[in-house]
Design a protein around this ligand. Structure first.
Ligand SMILES: [Zn+2]
Length: 419
């Protein structure tokens, strides 16, 4: 991605999405210079500022928005339905290739920035380096390197096991040294065999050691928290972003807890509910797309079961939103795990709409708010002068119809049109 392009371009389209206000504007233009937005405003006005040699892109009946941000991906995993134990029989080399494929898929869906949320050994770092060298196309990325986990903990096979405050601080130092942009820590069990999703894995003190050390190096923290107890401890420890937030108890059941919701709201912790992965949404979409004449009785039953199961999770999210945390919610796909193939942040946006966001609010969460949660709001997330010109154009109007987020018409990275 060459950010320092010297040439200018002028981009026009029927609508622009303003992720500051969550509204669309008509007859606008963007002037891009050196990869950054130089001016944005009414077409007539911006055109006057534009140099005569500027390259012109008239995107017609589309809506231009800031490039989408996915705050939760696992690039090294294929999202092809295999269980972790099977996926992790792949070599690191194969995982790098899987990552290259996934980066392209996400980019083609208008996702221009991601967080790589944990891979084995140096795989995450290698992908970021490959991108920086221009060897492979992909979204701008922040990498965690390897997730910090306890002995036998979720994703222990990524090889960053740490127990106790001392070892955790050591892990943070090692990851920062290797190039981690932020720190990911597993605060509860998960889908890894032998772990308990409903049980916390670290004490508040251990989590705080990670946060304290990470913040010393100006790195943000994200904690995998499926268990209720882990949610409490993450808030107490001052973790920046909570992943999943499922209110799980050790018996595997989800029970919403108003006290924890209050704590979360009060602390201002960012929350990434990863709704797509929990609800197995890609399968729901595939079944819903079957024609009535093609769908079998078994598939009708499967769809009913999946929808009933999804409702439990979505209801928990609806309750959490009653605590005024909407401006702290960031969508994340958790792509790579289970059957979650890359390329579908749009599914999470649809699910946010199902739990009460307007389509415009969902788009704001995937752009401006996600940039804020990653600490890169000065660079991306809105269409404003000075920002990097990472843009996506959708057919239709995604601010009134969330399904338009699945209809990508054009993509720009640092002002350069790539699709
Ligand atoms: Zn994940």
């Amino acid at each position: 991605m060459s950010e320092e392009l010297s040439h200018s371009s002028l981009i026009t389209a029927r609508r622009f999405f303003d992720s500051v206000t969550g509204s669309t504007k008509e007859n606008q233009a963007i002037l891009v210079e050196g990869g950054r937005i130089r001016a944005v405003g009414p077409w007539e006005q911006v055109r006057k500022e534009s140099p005569p040699n500027a390259e012109c892109y008239d995107l017609g009946d589309t809506c231009v928005a800031p490039g989408l941000i996915d705050s939760h991906t696992h690039l090294s995993l294929a999202g092809d339905g295999r269980v972790y134990a099977e996926m992790f029989t792949d070599t690191d080399e194969m995982m790098v290739l899987t990552g290259a494929m996934n980066m392209k898929r996400h980019l083609d869906a208008g996702i221009t920035t991601i967080r790589e949320h944990g891979a084995r050994n140096k795989v995450g770092f290698a992908l970021k380096e490959g991108l920086a060298r221009g060897y492979i196309p992909g979204p701008r990325m922040h990498v965690s390197g390897r997730p910090i986990t306890c002995t036998g903990g979720h994703f222990h096979f990524c090889n960053e096991v740490a127990d106790g405050e001392h070892e955790i601080r050591r892990s943070v130092r090692r990851l920062v040294h290797e190039g981690a942009d932020y720190i990911k820590i597993m605060a509860s069990g998960g889908g890894t065999v032998g772990t308990i999703p409903g049980a916390a894995t670290y004490t508040t003190e251990e989590l705080h050691a990670a946060v304290h050390e990470a913040h010393y190096f100006h790195r943000l923290t994200a904690a995998h928290c499926r268990a209720k107890d882990s949610m409490v401890r993450a808030v107490e420890a001052g973790v920046d972003l909570m992943e999943h937030a499922e209110f799980l108890e050790q018996d595997g059941e989800m029970h919403f807890d108003p006290k924890i919701a209050e704590m979360m709201a009060e602390s201002g912790i960012w929350v990434s509910p990863t709704l797509q992965t929990w609800t197995k949404y890609p399968r729901i979409v595939a079944l819903r797309n079957l024609q009535e004449s093609d769908i079998t009785d078994a598939e009708v039953e499967e769809l009913g079961q999946l929808e009933a199961r999804a409702k439990v999770r979505l209801d928990i999210m609806r309750k959490l939103l009653e605590y005024g945390i909407q401006e702290r919610v960031v969508p994340g796909t958790d792509s790579g795990v289970n059957n979650i193939a890359f390329g579908h942040l749009d599914y999470d946006l649809r699910l946010l709409v199902e739990v009460g966001f307007t389509p415009a609010e969902a788009l704001v969460s995937a752009t401006r708010i996600s940039a804020e949660a990653m600490g890169i709001e000065a660079e991306i997330g809105t269409i404003e002068p000075g920002k990097i010109a990472d843009l996506v154009a959708f057919r239709g109007d995604p601010s009134s119809d969330v399904s338009a987020c699945s209809e990508v018409a054009a993509i720009f990275q640092a002002g350069e049109r790539i699709a």
